[in-house]
Design a protein around this ligand. Structure first.
Ligand SMILES: [Zn+2]
Length: 66
């Protein structure tokens, strides 16, 4: 479950509902790179919370383009 919370400039905030708790993910879209930050503390380069948020972000950007 991925909920879009807010957008400020190029920053997108999401709340990802996992089985045990909720995690906050921030996606920052820059010209040359997209950064993601999740507070689950995973040492993976991209945990599945970030992955879900990245997919959602691209959907939002896609809608804006139309
Ligand atoms: Zn995470």
């Amino acid at each position: 479950m991925c909920t879009f919370v807010s957008e400020a400039c190029n920053k997108f905030d999401f709340i990802i509902e996992d089985r045990f708790s909720d995690f906050k993910v921030t996606i920052t879209v820059n010209k040359d790179a997209t950064l993601h930050k999740c507070d689950c503390g995973s040492h993976l380069n991209c945990c599945h919370h970030s992955a879900a948020a990245l997919i959602k972000t691209s959907e939002i950007l896609e809608e804006k383009r139309e």
